[in-house]
Design a binder for this molecule. Structure first.
Ligand SMILES: [Zn+2]
Length: 528
């Protein structure tokens, strides 16, 4: 039996009960302890030569889905086999990538959806004289001493090891096990993507597979909000699901109020409003216009700065912007300026940020003025900025931020009183709390009144059976769920007696369709 637990994109952790023992997945199965499953008569690659033949010769098992020798597939084929298995949603069986895993590719296999791997290749490599140093493979004949401290290698001189190949096989297995364990930890922390983006750089084929996965696969099980920091260190970072979703959703929900938009550079500290630069600027200039913050790869209208990933990311800052960065960011900036219908763009930016604005200057109808020279906080720069944007009137920025968050997250509008100290904002009605900023996930948490409203409108709702609700709701207890729900979404569950707010642990489709695993982690409940 397989009980999925924590999801992070295509990957997940879980418990797999097999032949009387329980393994925590993703897991490595060792040769000798692999159950007598049907491995079929042909490797997965046959699928791309003859679908018909493969369907006759492929492995068929009740408790596990087996794919074999995936390291022999092209990047496109690799992505394809995982996509085919998850087409109908998430696979209820664990996916076992047999004879496929090496320390260099196992994180990619797990990212793509493998729950189980084995040490077949690690052993085969050992018997062909290859010793793993992490993901680096070295010839054992070139070593004088075994450079590892595991129980198999510790303090041993190569020439004196009697059963050298067997020892190497055991060591290689440990190296692979360590890598699988890393991935398990990273999934629990929702950080696997950061790691895989770095890891795929070891091999252009792995990089190609990640890129193809981003562009070809269905990402309906990916979360919109995450508790981990987004490290935008690679070219692939800008094609992450959360980046694409953020842009599209923010563009959809963006409701500017002024004719002028002020463009500002991003800051290392997030949210931007808490940074020294943005605070200093706002203390000198009264900002009563819309603002858009330029970063790489993000472009963030001020109203969305508390949402994930804008609220929690890091990007390498060198002052140099590559051509790809400039054109990617400029493309989205242009769309936000057009959506806002702004008549004037005041660009208070320098260096690479300015390059981005110059790229869109001729393509937008708005008049573009630059107000900063060298330092955005210098007296001259501030004076010019004042001349361009200062006016009377006052904008309730925090209210706008909360309204945009409600629209982005639930597609609803609500008015209330704003309280709290930025960024810990709350929306109140009288003394009753309606919603509160959850900085960890970069979203809003909601309370009774908004939960009741969502229930009435049937938005992000989950109908459950009439049982007593404790800390978690299992998929088996779910009767119906909104198909829009993704893991980490704030949802409203209900039965005939109570309703409440919780955090989705799986997608709505999976909650409704599967029998096992945690569906919702309960935050609070109310009676009707
Ligand atoms: Zn070792």
């Amino acid at each position: 039996m397989f009980y999925p637990e924590k999801r992070d994109g295509f990957s997940r952790t879980g418990k797999f009960e097999v032949e009387g023992r329980t393994v925590q997945t993703p897991a490595i199965l060792e040769v000798g302890e692999i159950p007598e499953w049907d491995f079929g008569l042909a490797p997965t690659s046959l699928k791309f030569i003859s679908e018909e033949l493969y369907s006759r010769l492929r492995p068929i098992n009740e408790e596990v889905e087996i794919l074999t020798s995936l390291h022999l597939l092209s990047p496109r084929q690799l992505v394809q086999v995982f996509e085919d298995l998850s087409k109908e949603g998430v696979s209820p069986k664990p996916l076992y990538a047999a004879s496929s895993a090496l320390p260099s590719n196992v994180s990619l296999l797990i990212y793509l959806g493998a729950d189980l791997v084995d040490n077949v290749l690690a052993i085969a490599k050992a018997y062909s004289g290859i010793y793993f140093l992490g993901e680096v493979e070295v010839e054992i004949s070139k070593l004088r001493r075994l450079p590892c401290n595991c129980i198999h290698c510790r303090n041993r001189v190569v020439d004196e090891v009697e059963n050298l190949l067997e020892t190497t096989a055991k060591h290689n297995t440990e190296m692979l096990r360590m890598e699988v364990e890393k991935c398990r930890r990273l999934i629990l922390n929702e950080e696997l993507r950061n790691y895989v983006e770095g890891k795929v750089k070891l091999n252009p084929e792995f990089t190609a597979a990640l890129r193809l996965s981003d562009s070809l696969r269905n990402h309906s099980t990916f979360p919109r909000f995450r508790k981990s920091r987004c490290n935008f260190s690679a070219l692939e970072s800008s094609s992450r699901f959360e980046v694409r979703y953020f842009f599209e959703r923010a563009l959809e929900c963006y409701k500017p109020f002024s004719d002028t938009v002020l463009l500002l550079p991003c800051t290392a500290r997030k949210p931007y409003l808490t940074s020294r630069t943005h605070r200093a600027l706002r203390s000198k200039v009264k900002v009563n216009v819309n603002e858009i913050i330029i970063s790489s790869p993000l472009v963030v209208p001020r109203e969305f700065e508390l949402l994930y990933p804008a609220v929690n990311y890091d990007t390498p800052v060198t002052g140099h912007w590559s051509e790809e960065e400039v054109s990617f960011v400029a493309g989205w900036l242009k769309r936000f300026i057009e959506k806002g219908g702004f008549r004037k763009v005041v660009a208070h930016v320098t260096g690479g940020y300015r390059k981005v604005v110059e790229r869109v200057e001729d393509e937008v109808e708005a008049e573009v003025v630059y107000t900063a020279e060298k330092d955005v906080l210098s007296d001259e720069s501030i004076e010019r900025l004042k001349q361009e944007i200062e006016s009377k009137g006052k904008v309730d920025l925090y209210r706008r931020i909360l309204e945009h968050m409600l629209s982005y997250q639930f597609g609803i509008t609500w008015s209330g009183k704003v309280a709290g100290r930025y960024p810990e904002l709350e929306l109140l009605e009288g003394k009753k709390r309606l919603a509160r900023v959850d900085r960890i996930y970069g979203m809003l948490d909601i309370y009774e009144k908004i939960a009741a409203y969502l229930l009435e409108k049937n938005i992000y709702t989950v109908e459950i059976g009439d049982f007593e609700v404790k800390g978690t709701i299992f998929a088996g207890g779910v009767l119906r769920a909104d198909e829009k729900i993704r893991p980490n979404d704030v949802v409203v569950f209900h039965n005939s007696r109570i309703f409440g707010v919780g955090l989705a642990a799986m997608s709505g489709k999976e909650m409704a369709g599967s029998e096992k695993g945690i569906a919702i982690n309960v935050k609070r409940k109310f009676s009707f």
